[in-house]
Design a protein around this ligand. Structure first.
Ligand SMILES: NC(=O)C1=CN([C@@H]2O[C@H](COP(=O)(O)OP(=O)(O)OC[C@H]3O[C@@H](n4cnc5c(N)ncnc54)[C@H](O)[C@@H]3O)[C@@H](O)[C@H]2O)C=CC1
Ligand SMILES: O=C([O-])CC(=O)C(=O)O
Length: 312
């Protein structure tokens, strides 16, 4: 009996896409097809070949293909969308909406044409609105169109907390809810160091500063890089989602899910705690929020709605 090999296609072979492809292959989670536009076919093939040539050294057998032909993506288990433009210093993620919405529509058509049963994971910004665009364009059920923000935002929060306490990052858990913008909601009350509530380890004032740094975490990297945005931690976050799906792990992870009444919102993609497994989002977990936390989440949801008003 031959086992069917898993296949993940990554649309957009730029910083986040190429890094994601390499991590997926290194972990032997699937064969990887890296796709970009026709005039980028040479560099895309070059990146795929370069990764293949790393495989004997690192000892992985995943195949990596670089292409601009969507036929090569046929029957993907997962398609990750990283195609589009990234922001530069002085821009907000929302400034990307018009350009990237057009790109989402065109790539989604091609994706579902060749992989009608796939699960799509969206990274492209502004990611809450772009996930909605892909959902509408794809016609796929809501559990199979998912956005990435919360794993990255929580990872930033967890990194800063670990550094503050001089503890292993492995012992720090945390949750960030809401839209992937500067008013995202890091839930301090649900964050722990080895099971110990953070509030008993760090002063309220310092926690407030770390929450603020987390909210602006993407912008901090944009400012330092000068000509693009973060890609190592975003790629690692995408790979954690892909692994949960490919291995049917039923992980509890914050992802961007389509809400139909949960948290009091309707017809909106927003970052919430979800159960991620073989069929995509298998459940949304509704946490009890304090009035203040709910107010913050409402503000974040309003920001996402505002960006969505420009989408047709
Ligand atoms: N949701 C999140 O947490 C994060 C989102 N992002 C977003 O991800 C996106 C990608 O970022 P990077 O990889 O750094 O950008 P990049 O500029 O390095 O790569 C984007 C790639 O998309 C390609 N592309 C453009 N139109 C395309 C099309 N129609 N079909 C296929 N490929 C196409 C470009 O040729 C380019 O290679 C940006 O919108 C960025 O804001 C980045 C980091 C985190
Ligand atoms: O900040 C950006 O534009 C890219 C992104 O979403 C992040 O790194 O969080």
């Amino acid at each position: 009996m031959t086992m069917k090999r898993k296949k993940v296609s990554v649309i957009g072979a730029g910083f986040t896409g190429a890094t994601t492809a390499f991590l997926l292959a290194q972990k032997e989670l699937a064969d990887v097809v890296l796709v970009d536009i026709p005039n980028q076919e040479g560099p895309t093939k070059g990146k795929a070949l370069d990764m293949f040539e790393a495989s004997p050294v690192q000892g992985f057998d995943s195949k990596i293909t670089g292409t601009s032909n969507y036929e090569d993506t046929a029957n993907s288990d997962i398609v990750v969308i990283t195609a589009g433009i990234a922001r530069k210093p002085g821009m907000s993620r929302d400034d990307l909406v018009n350009t990237n919405a057009k790109i989402m529509k065109s790539v989604t058509k091609e994706i579902v044409r060749y992989s009608p049963d796939t699960i799509i994971v969206v990274l492209t910004n502004p990611v809450d609105a772009m996930t909605y665009t892909v959902y509408k364009e794809s016609g796929l059920p809501k559990n199979r169109v998912i956005g990435q923000s919360g794993i990255l935002d929580s990872a930033r929060f967890r990194s800063f907390i670990a550094e503050e306490l001089n503890l292993s990052v492995k012992d720090i858990t945390g949750f960030v809810l809401g839209g992937h913008g500067d008013d995202m909601v890091p839930l301090v009350r649900y964050s722990f160091a080895g099971g110990i509530p953070l509030q008993s380890l760090i002063s309220e004032e310092r926690l407030g500063e770390i929450v603020e740094r987390t909210r602006k975490g993407g912008g901090e990297i944009v400012g330092l890089l000068g000509n693009g945005s973060a890609y190592y931690a975003p790629a690692a976050s995408l790979v954690e989602m892909a692994e949960a799906i490919l291995k049917d792990q039923r992980r509890v992870l914050p992802t961007i899910a389509y809400l139909e009444g949960e948290y009091g919102y309707n017809g909106l993609y927003l970052g919430v705690p979800t159960i991620l497994g073989g069929s995509g989002i298998e459940d949304i977990i509704e946490l009890d929020l304090t009035d203040d936390e709910k107010k913050e989440l409402d503000k974040s949801a309003d920001s996402v709605r505002k960006v969505m008003t420009v989408l047709s």
